[in-house]
Write a protein that binds this ligand. Structure first.
Ligand SMILES: Nc1ncnc2c1ncn2[C@@H]1O[C@H](COP(=O)(O)OP(=O)(O)OP(=O)(O)O)[C@@H](O)[C@H]1O
Length: 318
């Protein structure tokens, strides 16, 4: 393990292999998570996400390979990591007969340094529930409280295992806020998810896993662009310019169709749609009255990348 790599990253996983009996469930996985970065492990059920996450924390030991976190070896230096990392606890760790604030104060008292409880309550959106008994919370609020518990130690790295699965959109929004808040504070987050949408909007870097192997890794937008470089710009106009006029503006691939209201729908394909192309289209005055605020750009998604790599949707794989 090279010293300088460890210094610059919160987590470094190198050639990690995990076998149960002779079954390989994680197969030579390598990645690193930088400080101030949200890293997503994506994949269907059984892909190996939880095994990787729990091995990084030191709850499972690698069959081979190395895992380092905040400059310590996960397998051999667990005590050094106390207070520096946090994993969202299970629901069984909640005390139903305590009030929300009391429960967080109890957990905060376990650490030498902790984040103010009121601040954590604000981040997870439970400030107005601070005097409510834990047992009276809804499922979504309990999940947020569990994440609050993991925030009180003000960890350098936060681990979240499918933090938003089966949550309603309201509760999900708060979890997303927690993740963005961690990043703003210069901390790292490693999360596992089945949701491509979640990964696309939250993660700086992702690794897509299938059958224990990383099949794609990088920034979500880079992965999408690598696999689906073409983008479509779509808008409606009263009357469309000729193809020749558009070619002169640098448009090489386009489709113009008539809508049910008798307007024209212009669909321009480019690799990718650049700011320069948009500027020249808008300033050309070729389109008459275009409702520019209604234009849309369509491009590939992470789901499309997953389908291309595995031949199935992530839902079909679950
Ligand atoms: N303790 C264990 N003993 C034997 N096999 C295990 C053990 N833990 C996990 N596995 C197997 O390892 C593989 C990876 O499991 P893991 O839980 O890491 O996947 P996952 O991607 O997190 O899935 P999910 O999304 O369902 O949580 C699965 O085939 C699972 O059955």
């Amino acid at each position: 393990m090279k010293g300088h790599i460890i210094m610059e990253n919160s987590i470094v996983v190198e050639e990690f292999v995990k076998k149960y009996d002779e079954k390989v469930v994680v197969d030579h996985v390598s990645f690193s998570v930088a400080k101030n970065e949200v890293f997503g492990l994506l994949g269907p059920n059984g892909a190996g996400k939880t095994t990787i996450l729990e091995s990084i924390i030191g709850l499972r030991s690698p069959t081979s390979g190395e895992i380092h976190m905040v400059n310590s070896n996960s397998a051999t230096s667990r005590s050094k990591l106390l207070g520096k990392i946090a994993l969202q606890p299970q629901e069984a760790n909640l005390y139903p007969n305590l009030r929300v604030r009391e429960m967080l104060e109890l957990f905060a008292s376990l650490y030498e340094k902790s984040r103010p409880v009121f601040e954590v309550l604000e981040v997870v959106g439970l400030a107005d529930k601070q005097n409510v008994m834990v047992k009276k919370l809804t499922d979504g609020q309990k999940r947020r409280l569990l994440i609050a518990v993991s925030l009180v130690s003000d960890p350098e790295v936060l681990f979240l295992d499918e933090p938003t699965s089966s949550l309603d959109p309201h509760a999900r929004r708060y979890i997303w806020k927690v993740i963005k808040d961690m990043k703003k504070r210069g901390r790292s987050v490693l999360l596992t998810t089945h949701s491509m949408e979640e990964a696309e909007s939250l993660c700086d870097q992702i690794a897509i896993l299938d059958h224990g192997k990383i099949i794609a890794q990088g920034k979500p937008q880079d992965l999408i662009f690598q696999h689906f470089p073409k983008q479509q710009l779509i808008f409606e106009v009263e009357s469309a310019p000729t193809e020749e006029q558009l070619h002169e503006l640098g448009v090489n691939e386009l489709r113009i169709t008539e809508t049910s209201e008798g307007k024209k729908e212009v669909c321009i394909t480019a690799t990718p749609i650049t700011r320069h192309l948009l500027d020249s289209l808008i300033s050309s005055n070729l389109f008459g009255s275009v409702e520019w605020e209604k234009i849309r750009i369509e491009s590939g998604t992470l789901e499309d990348v997953f389908i291309e790599l595995t031949g199935k949707t992530i839902r079909e794989s679950i």
